[in-house]
Design a protein around this ligand. Structure first.
Ligand code: IMP
Ligand code: MG
Length: 180
């Protein structure tokens, strides 16, 4: 499938599945090295987008690990902060735990900043971020994103968990809007 139609737009393949797999391999190797011999880390996936990256990453982990998922609800606040995200579903006690947040994409970093702030209140031993995609030209925060599988420009992408208005999450390749 070279092109797909989602709602009103046509998308074409930008990053084939094999390339995504190799990028996840590289991230997994770094995490395996960094967490070898440490206490069992907790991988915390951010729904819905991170489900596929989480599955692929987990299959490549060599240490004992636990996983869980949270969701961020975004809505427009009435105050000056604008977008506010609320953390839903953190059932695990993360106090003293090594947490690795698993995200599909870090764009401006706004949602991740909210998540980091909420998690800090639960006093984890450490928190790192593993994201499948990172948009360096769009990112405007100062926290570190330690594990980035692939850097991309400011284009809007779908597939591998990422959606265009809820469609496209099932696609195994990454697609971008087809201008023609
Ligand atoms: P941020 O708060 O600006 O970093 O935005 C992060 C969220 O925006 C992600 O978790 C995605 O849900 C969504 N997002 C950002 N860029 C894209 C994209 O290219 N495709 C699909 N969703 C995106
Ligand atoms: Mg997301």
């Amino acid at each position: 499938m070279n092109k797909v139609k989602l709602h009103d737009r046509t998308f074409r393949v930008m990053i084939p599945a094999a390339e995504i797999d190799m990028a996840i391999d590289r991230v997994a190797a770094r995490i395996n090295e960094d967490y070898a011999g440490r206490e069992t880390p907790l991988f915390l996936g951010v729904l819905n987008g991170a489900f596929m990256f989480m599955a692929e990453l987990m299959k490549k982990m060599e240490c004992n690990c636990e996983l869980s998922f949270v969701k961020l609800s975004s809505y427009c606040g009435t105050g000056s902060t604008g977008k506010v995200s609320e953390l839903i579903g953190l059932k695990n006690n993360i106090e003293g735990r090594h947490v690795i947040i698993v995200e599909d994409i870090v764009d401006t970093g706004e949602s991740m900043e909210h998540l980091l702030r909420s998690l800090a209140g639960h006093r984890p031993a450490s928190v790192e971020i593993a994201t499948l995609f990172f948009k360096p030209d769009s990112f405007r925060k100062d926290f570190e994103v330690k594990y980035k599988a692939l850097d991309i420009g400011n284009e809007f992408i779908v597939g591998f968990g990422l959606d265009y208005d809820e469609l496209g999450r099932n696609l195994k390749d990454i697609y971008v809007i087809d201008e023609e």
